[in-house]
Design a protein around this ligand. Structure first.
Ligand code: HEM
Length: 430
């Protein structure tokens, strides 16, 4: 684990959540319910109208649904700390805990769960890492990867399982390339980084936790060895940029922080973008006119992608914990309360987004969604995610103007509290 409890990347000992008194209590709600996983929005729109703030007994979190409340939480990091965002929702089993208790598993919190003033210090360097210069280098590579994956998909013929053929490999290749990992390691890296989502935001059984913990350890050791190799021989990549910043001023960015940024980014930039691209197809393809409109005018794609983020976001929630007693919506909330921010509910608030369940690519205020957060932790990869989405959907419209969803398929969504996307998505074309 990290050097201090404050710095630890995964704080695997979770303090039991306290239950605020005087707050409506819901005994049924959990994001693991099958109907919620399939389509959370009917329930979330109900929360907006009936109980925008309540305590979920099953989850052990205070649930906030109102757009305004969530924005004010994001904008007040001193009171609403992000230190719990990488904590596993459920306790980790002793065997997995032992795996991660070895001395050399020591990543530190660097971004999403790092607190001030260190967060701002580190974000200066990671922000520079996502500069125009790096994005410009990356874009031709994203185009190239899209075309290669589509060539393979087309060659095999339809129906194709889109998530494994394109949706998942594309963002993996992009983030690995961005970091600078050697191409021959991509396959192994994909195995190691898979399922970290389940470890932190899902409810894996002991065996799964154990397997994932072993992979996390292998992956961390790989990151350390990789950063050491770039330290000896820099290349033109993000890792070398960060190491140069460290060498210029080791007090401002430590070597361990560089290792930990690399460890965290490959996860942050992978699964969620895969879900983003798959959810775009899931929302657009059933309406033939809509797909036709995007094929005829790729200029419509950016707002269509924003509407996916608003209407059917790959990230439906995020978390915070109160650092002091505070009042929200007239209710006293004690320090140490875990808060579940329902981004999905805020994105469907009817007074801000009329007919919220309607997927409308022409919606004027689609960009006002909260899917990338707000404030100091605003998603570092938002620009990259938008760029990957645009390039991927544009390539698909050009390659397969009559792409459609294969008939008679049931979509399954991975059981976790935060990230949404179909596990399989069969598509056809002619
Ligand atoms: C559609 C895709 C994505 C969505 C919906 C998304 C969403 C989010 C959200 C909600 C947050 C938390 C904001 C907060 O706490 O205020 C976040 C933070 C973050 N995201 Fe993303 N993300 C996406 C893609 C990416 C990509 C591609 C990367 C990196 C390559 C990335 C890296 C990060 C990092 C490093 C943070 C922490 C930033 C900080 O604490 O300063 N994300 N993202």
């Amino acid at each position: 684990m990290g050097d201090t409890e404050q710095e630890a990347y995964h704080k695997i000992h979770i303090a039991p959540a306290s239950e605020p008194s005087g707050c409506p209590v819901d005994h049924k709600f959990t994001p693991f319910n099958a109907d919620y996983l399939e389509n959370p929005y009917p329930q979330l729109e109900g929360f907006n109208q009936e109980q925008p703030i309540f305590y979920s007994k099953k989850l052990g979190y205070l649930v906030l649904s109102s757009y305004e409340d969530i924005v004010s939480v994001f904008k007040n990091p001193a009171v609403f700390s992000s230190e719990n965002v990488q904590d596993p929702v459920f306790p980790v089993c002793p065997e997995a805990m032992e795996t991660l208790s070895v001395d050399d598993y020591n990543p530190v919190a660097v971004m999403s769960n790092r607190q001030q003033p260190d967060h701002t210090r580190i974000r200066k360097f990671t922000g520079e890492g996502f500069s125009n210069h790096r994005m410009k280098i990356l874009e031709p590579y994203i185009h190239e990867s899209c075309e290669e994956l589509l060539d393979q998909m087309e060659e095999k013929g339809g129906p194709a399982e889109f998530v494994s053929a394109f949706g998942h490999p594309l963002p993996g290749q992009v983030i690995f390339r961005f970091i600078g990992f050697p191409e021959q390691d991509y396959e192994e890296l994909t195995c190691w980084t898979a399922n970290r989502l389940a470890f932190t935001w899902g409810n894996p059984d002991d065996q799964e936790q154990n397997d994932i913990a072993k992979n996390m350890l292998k992956y961390w050791r790989y990151c350390k060895a990789f950063v050491a190799s770039r330290n000896l021989q820099p290349e033109d990549d993000l890792t070398s940029d960060l190491l140069a910043a460290h060498k210029a001023d080791p007090e401002e960015l430590s070597y361990r922080e560089v290792e930990s940024i690399i460890y965290g980014l490959s996860f942050a930039g992978h699964e969620i973008v895969s879900n983003f691209i798959s959810l775009t197809l899931l929302n657009v393809l059933p309406d033939r006119e809509l797909w036709g409109a995007l094929c005829n005018d790729v200029g419509l794609i950016p707002n269509a992608l924003e509407e996916v983020l608003r209407c059917d976001s790959p990230q439906t929630s995020w978390r915070r914990i109160t650092t002091q007693d505070v009042i929200i919506g007239g209710i006293d909330i004690p320090a140490g309360t875990n808060i579940f921010l329902s981004l999905g509910a805020a994105n469907h608030q009817a007074n801000l987004f009329p007919e919220p369940a309607k997927f409308d690519i022409y919606r004027k205020n689609a960009t006002k969604h909260l899917s990338f957060g707000r404030g100091i932790h605003f998603c570092l990869g938002a620009r990259l995610a938008r760029s990957e989405g645009q390039i991927a959907i544009e390539a698909l419209t050009k390659r397969f103007p009559n792409l459609r969803l294969a008939e008679e398929q049931n979509f399954k969504f991975s059981p976790n509290i935060t990230f949404r996307g179909p596990r399989n998505l069969y598509v056809e074309w002619s």
